[in-house]
Design a protein around this ligand. Structure first.
Ligand SMILES: NC(=O)c1ccc[n+]([C@@H]2O[C@H](COP(=O)([O-])OP(=O)(O)OC[C@H]3O[C@@H](n4cnc5c(N)ncnc54)[C@H](OP(=O)(O)O)[C@@H]3O)[C@@H](O)[C@H]2O)c1
Length: 304
């Protein structure tokens, strides 16, 4: 099968690498910065000079790009790849984008005689490397059946949650929980430190309580070591909270707390944590001067 992979960042490079480990897949890759494609070329991929060149022969095209505006540019913009795909070929978009934009991609692809699958993933850098992602799929069962063997090389679970748009919709829910659980945990642990508990004690005990989200066990161990090496960049979590906000507005469902979370991640992003892991919001909140605004007390000082 001729397969193309466009977008070789933290996730895409690892997913594409897993496809290369299997026989019967001829893989062509493209990335804006050529180094990532050159790396995969050394292990058997063909590196294309443009997104259009990458898809010319493809039966299936995967994209793993950062945000809707990037998907728009790479797929439909000047030199966009969709017009270079063969009629009947299948585009599988794994990038996290909002559900209404996904439905647009589906309609515009079908209007060009292509097929489309909405295929965001749950799981981060290590699950991507180990081929242990969960695919949250929106689309036709027959299209899923065609790519199931490819998805099985990159993931260990496939959830078909409805038509195109529903994969992205479900991904919005997952990241709403992820973003807010992280913030609640960070604020709680930092208050714990102020109350006299050591960081080590808090990072060892709080994640084991039944009230704490299970993913925080792994994150707390890293926070304890001050290790914010990027698995999921904070700037992309901010993007997802923005997409959640757009989605909530479209659905007329207020999301007060997610709005607050967006504002906190936005401030951490402006403070320079954008390309750190999203758990680095802990570092941001740990510096009260930053989090509360330099030189201003958040609570009036009544001690004088
Ligand atoms: N990391 C995670 O844990 C994780 C988990 C689940 C889902 N996701 C989602 O998966 C997608 C990719 O995430 P990632 O972590 O792999 O992000 P990443 O490392 O930042 O990679 C982003 C990709 O998009 C490309 N890109 C960005 N801006 C571009 C532009 N203006 N024109 C062309 N290409 C552009 C990048 O190309 P360059 O290499 O040239 O910058 C790179 O290939 C995102 O939608 C993210 O929300 C991430």
């Amino acid at each position: 099968m001729n397969v193309s992979f466009i977008g070789l960042g933290i996730m895409g490079s690892r997913m594409a690498n897993n496809l290369l480990k299997h026989d019967g897949i001829i893989l062509t890759v493209f990335n804006r910065s050529p180094e990532a494609a050159a790396h995969l070329e050394k292990v058997g991929a063909k590196a294309a000079d443009s997104a259009r060149d990458a898809v010319a022969e493809a039966d299936v095209v995967f994209t793993m790009l950062s945000a809707p505006e990037v998907v728009e540019k790479v797929a439909f913009g000047d030199g966009g790849f969709v017009d270079a795909m063969s009629k009947g070929a299948l585009w599988v978009n794994c990038s996290t984008v909002n559900p209404s934009y996904t439905r647009e991609c589906d309609e515009r692809s079908r209007g060009r005689g292509l097929r489309f699958l909405d295929a965001p993933v749950a799981g981060t850098k290590m699950p991507a490397e180990m081929g242990e992602l969960t695919f949250l799929l929106g689309g036709e069962s027959s299209d899923i059946d065609q790519v199931r063997p490819l998805l099985d090389h990159m993931g260990q679970k496939i959830l078909h949650v409805g038509p195109a748009g529903q994969g992205s919709a479900f991904k919005m829910l997952v990241n709403a929980l992820l973003a807010q659980s992280m913030l609640v945990y960070c604020e709680t642990a930092l208050l714990g430190e102020k109350l006299g508990f050591s960081r080590d004690f808090l990072m060892d005990t709080l994640p084991n309580l039944p009230v704490t989200a299970p993913f925080l066990k792994g994150k707390a161990a890293l926070i304890k070591e001050g290790d914010y090496e990027t698995q999921f960049p904070l700037e992309l979590m901010l993007k997802d909270l923005h997409l959640l906000d757009v989605t909530a507005y479209e659905q007329k469902q207020p999301l007060f707390l997610a709005g607050l979370a967006k504002s906190v991640y936005g401030q951490a992003n402006r403070a320079g944590h954008g390309r750190d892991d999203f758990s680095s919001v802990f570092e941001y909140l740990a510096k009260p001067g930053q989090a509360l605004g330099e030189g201003r007390a958040a609570v009036p000082d009544r001690s004088a």
